[in-house]
Design a protein around this ligand. Structure first.
Ligand SMILES: Cc1ncc(COP(=O)(O)O)c(C=O)c1O
Length: 359
């Protein structure tokens, strides 16, 4: 049987493992930080209507510039941004990949702060970008001092700061972003996949003006409850969008994706109605985890990294046996749990209470 390494694959890909969060069909899936609420039927009906309309011209390539979608996205992000400041792709993973293709590559270096989103290192590998991770401080915080010293030491072409950070939930102060930008001549990418779950209005969108090397990456996969549609986007200087045009494949956003996302964005207020409840569930989960004697980390996202678990593999399996899927991200003595609906959160709290022998 032919093995992967029998093929004339690039040396830099030999021995690598792909991204692989388990995709298991369980009643309570709290493992990949989705919004677990279903969308209201009236929105779904509108999405179907828009997709159906787009089918009448499906024999033609879609609008390569996804003009209507960029208008709607710029309206949603606000901050005086125009469609020229917006770029989109099939999930923010593809946005990140396009950024690496344009600003990383052979002979270039990217920097981030570990533990952080695992795709940064995987995309760096697949684009032959050198990738350095500097460990975060106590409780996974990052500071002006840590970030500016790391930039001075490594002189990266790209810096990725995830805020709130996955998998730790840690928010990042805007002064850290400002200092990182001032300290580098490279591109600074702030990954705000989870920013809608943050209560303090500290989006780095407010820093874009006058900072052409700053990029804010966002997604409809999380707060918008639209992960299956695959729509991520960035806000940045117009020149950054021109760089994306050099590396994207023509017509990368299908007519169906554009139609679905356009319909969803016209309902953005309604789509985001569950966000407040998810925050409440996250905060409730945090208190419950503390009451169980565990060590949850502060989180501004829709998930919590919980420490103090002596045997995470065993607890992960026992939760799965009860139909609850959480994530073991490989940080010793931790598991990461997405805040779901009220019922799902109750289930995971009850299951942990039982497993930890507190009941
Ligand atoms: C920090 C972060 N960025 C980006 C993504 C990618 O999301 P998507 O490609 O669905 O937009 C994720 C997904 O989990 C994430 O956690």
């Amino acid at each position: 049987m032919t093995e992967l390494n029998d093929l004339p694959i690039r040396d830099s890909l030999k021995g690598r493992t792909p991204y692989g969060a388990p995709q298991l069909h369980v009643p309570v899936a709290l493992n990949v930080n989705e919004n677990t609420h279903e969308l209201p039927e009236e929105i779904l009906v509108d999405v179907i209507r828009r997709i159906a309309e787009s089918l009448s011209t499906i024999n033609r390539y879609p609008d390569r510039e996804f003009t209507v979608l960029r208008e709607l996205l710029s309206g949603y992000v606000g901050h005086g941004l125009t469609p020229q400041n917006i770029w989109a792709a099939n999930g923010s993973n593809e946005v990140l990949q396009q950024l690496f293709m344009a600003f990383g590559g052979t002979g270039r270096k990217a920097l981030s702060f570990s533990p952080t989103y695992s795709m940064y290192s995987l995309i760096a590998q697949s684009t032959d970008t050198e990738y350095v991770e500097v460990p975060r401080l106590e409780r996974y915080e990052i500071t002006v001092d840590l970030v500016t010293k790391a930039i001075a030491e490594h002189n990266p072409d790209m810096i990725l700061i995830c805020s709130p950070n996955n998998p730790t939930g840690t928010p990042v102060d805007l002064e850290v972003i400002e200092a990182a930008y001032a300290a580098t001549k490279g591109m600074l990418v702030v990954d705000e996949a989870y920013s809608e779950f943050s209560l303090n209005e500290n989006s780095a969108l407010s820093l874009l003006e006058g900072r052409p090397r700053l990029v804010i990456s966002k997604t409809m996969s999380k707060a918008f409850a639209f992960a299956g549609a695959r729509l991520g986007y960035l806000a940045a200087d117009k020149a950054v969008c021109d760089a994306m045009r050099l590396v994207r494949l023509p017509y990368h956003l299908s007519a169906l994706t554009q139609a679905a996302a356009e319909a969803a964005l016209t309902h953005s207020v309604k789509m985001l109605e569950t966000v407040a409840d998810i925050r409440d569930q996250r905060d409730r989960l945090y208190v419950a985890l503390q009451d169980l004697g565990l060590d949850p980390y502060r989180s501004d996202a829709n998930f919590i990294l919980v420490g103090g678990i002596a045997n995470p593999d065993e607890i992960w399996q026992k939760l799965l046996d009860k139909g609850i899927l959480v994530r073991n991200v490989g940080i010793p003595n931790t598991l990461r749990i997405t805040a779901g609906t009220e019922a799902e959160t109750t289930e995971v709290i009850d299951a942990l209470t039982e497993l930890l022998g507190k009941k």
